[in-house]
Design a protein around this ligand. Structure first.
Ligand SMILES: [Zn+2]
Length: 297
């Protein structure tokens, strides 16, 4: 049995060490799944690192309550816009014009919940492969300026490996990242995204799963606690029934967070920098030469 190239030669070992060092920054997706263990250790070691908060607002696209108030918040946001709805294009354009990130808020089948909450062309686990692919491609094409995708509902679909493999494969082909809203603890998204090489972020706190000001302010307190331990946090709020409550609570809380040195950022700013093409080429040829690539196919 051949040992990998980088174990067989001193040159190989040296190159591998250099690549691992050079890649350390790239592989440590701030809160992505690529490096969860290592990231936590680094963050603890560097408590002075500037904290970053990415606020994602779900359910744009249907003229929902709080749309203007959310888009008018005085910080960068990420607008998750549902495809194929009356204000899909208008909301995506408005968010983009204000400098926010736009992502596709992809309707996906939940374990329970009304089908009417899903919206048109949802991803159902009963659909065949080619129809899932068609719906994901159409959704991305329908939301202008989309740089990423997250799931609307989806506790059932995100736990289905066949379904998520197709969804994430399309994201990869279109060059967009995925945010796992984490509506299911059985989500297969982390392992499939890692395998396919799709940049992945994950939600830390739902701000308004209960529609009261008291609950939203409690959740903002949870965010504050998370920031003591983590450099980057993703929070999700909603337009619609809690839209005015959540936008009001955010507007009041923003100065307090900024006073602590925390910075509000767009979701795409939390992604690891892209691998430089030359670096990727060397890494791939080294992996090929070592025969390690075969285990991934
Ligand atoms: Zn949603």
């Amino acid at each position: 049995m051949r040992r990998p190239l980088f174990q067989r030669t001193r040159w190989g070992r040296g190159v591998l060490a250099a690549l691992l060092l050079a890649g350390a920054g790239w592989s440590s997706a701030p809160d992505g799944v690529y490096a969860q263990g290592g990231t936590a250790a680094r963050e603890e070691a560097n408590p002075a690192a500037a904290k970053r908060i990415a606020v994602v607002i779900d359910d744009f696209g249907n003229g929902m309550k709080g749309t203007e108030q959310m888009l008018g918040l005085p910080v960068p946001l990420t607008a998750a816009v549902m495809p194929f709805l009356p204000t899909t294009k208008k909301d995506a354009e408005a968010a983009h014009a204000k400098g926010h990130d736009v992502i596709v808020h992809m309707p996906m089948e939940p374990v329970k919940g009304k089908a009417s909450w899903l919206g048109p062309n949802a991803i159902l686990t009963s659909l065949p492969d080619d129809e899932i692919r068609r719906r994901v491609e159409a959704a991305i094409a329908d939301v202008p300026h989309a740089v990423g995708m997250n799931n609307h509902m989806g506790s059932k679909a995100t736990a289905d490996e066949r379904v998520m493999r197709i969804v994430l494969q399309v994201c990869k082909e279109k060059g967009i990242f995925f945010l796992d809203s984490r509506t299911s603890y059985k989500s297969v998204i982390p392992q499939v995204a890692k395998e396919l090489g799709v940049p992945l972020l994950r939600n830390d706190v739902f701000l308004d799963d209960v529609y009261t000001a008291a609950h939203v302010s409690r959740q903002l307190g949870v965010l504050k606690q998370r920031l003591d331990k983590k450099t980057n946090c993703v929070v999700i709020g909603h337009v619609g029934p809690p839209g005015l409550i959540t936008s009001g609570a955010l507007r009041s809380a923003i100065p307090g967070f900024e006073k602590t040195g925390a910075k509000f950022v767009r979701l795409s700013q939390l992604l690891p920098p892209a691998v430089p093409p030359a670096f990727g080429m060397v890494l791939r040829s080294l992996v090929r030469a070592s025969g390690q690539g075969a285990t991934h196919r």
